[in-house]
Design a protein around this ligand. Structure first.
Ligand code: SF4
Length: 282
């Protein structure tokens, strides 16, 4: 057990002595949930969910920089995430069984689909299966991503992207979140499929909304440009500048502060530095 946990739990133990048995039980249950939660070390890769965020944050992930020590996650946040994973799995199982029930939704095996796109030159492979999902890797863009599913519906092949969200956010949902759309563009590039079906489920009532999005060449060019720029910063070994308006959920605040300010470079400037024609200034 880490020192942070020991300190917190001894503090809780002292304060809870005056509490009812019910409160003590709830505190102990939360503590068990927290102790069972293992922090995840992200792989050195581009993360689709971070694509719209700070360049420097993504650079730290891509280069495997040391993240801030994990704070103790609230038990409720851990169980909300578990609930989201459970809902993904159940919805995927329903979709997989649709055809056997005479419903015209076809679930396509994602590993088989990845094998097909490799034959047309897309450099994506399956790293492993995780339940009904597959964890994929794209070598050209250094992207690691999970694919929720690939389906064919009414003659259209689509990437399935499931999201669960808070009821009040869900009732205000009239289109996919811009950051989710950016994520979907990257899936489209890596899977060679230009249609994405977003399935948003309300966390309280489990009611659903769906949005079909067609990914255009302009969308793909914008994302490829962004990744190419980021990879050029990595190859030139230059830390991108801070984007201080995007710091709220960043786990690299300590290393970012220690790094200090840095200059922004255009892609062309970085390419010259990589080719040995420019001045490298970190
Ligand atoms: S702390 Fe802010 S500026 Fe620094 S890497 Fe994180 S998001 Fe970017």
């Amino acid at each position: 057990m880490s020192d942070a946990y020991k300190d917190l739990f001894s503090f809780i133990k002292k304060t809870e002595e005056s509490q009812t048995i019910e409160s003590q039980f709830l505190n102990d249950l939360d503590r068990t949930i927290q102790l069972s939660n293992h922090s995840h070390v992200p792989s050195k890769s581009i993360k689709p969910s971070a694509l719209g965020g700070c360049y420097r944050h993504q650079w730290f992930m891509l280069t495997g920089a040391e993240a801030d020590p994990s704070k103790i996650e609230r038990a409720d946040n851990i169980t909300i995430a578990e609930s989201g994973r459970d809902r993904h799995s159940r919805l995927q199982a329903y979709i997989m069984s649709a055809q056997s029930l005479g419903v015209p939704i076809e679930w396509l095996d994602p590993e088989e689909e990845v094998r097909k796109i490799q034959t047309i030159g897309i450099n994506t492979s399956v790293k492993r299966r995780d339940g009904h999902e597959v964890l994929c890797w794209n070598e050209d863009y250094q992207v690691s991503f999970k694919c929720d599913g690939i389906i064919r519906y009414r003659g259209i092949k689509m990437i399935l992207e499931i999201k669960t969200e808070d009821h009040f956010k869900w009732i205000q949902r009239f289109s996919p979140e811009p950051a989710h759309k950016l994520q979907a563009v990257l899936y489209s590039i890596c899977l060679g499929i230009d249609t994405v079906l977003f399935l948003y489920e309300d966390r309280n009532y489990t009611t659903r909304k769906a949005y079909k999005v067609t990914i255009t060449d302009a969308d793909k060019d914008q994302v490829i440009q962004r990744i190419t720029h980021l990879l050029a910063y990595q190859r030139a070994n230059i830390v991108p500048p801070e984007e201080k308006g995007k710091c709220i959920y960043c786990r690299y605040k300590s290393i970012c502060k220690a790094t200090g300010s840095s200059k922004a470079y255009t892609l062309e400037e970085l390419q010259k530095i990589i080719a040995g024609e420019g001045n490298e200034v970190k």
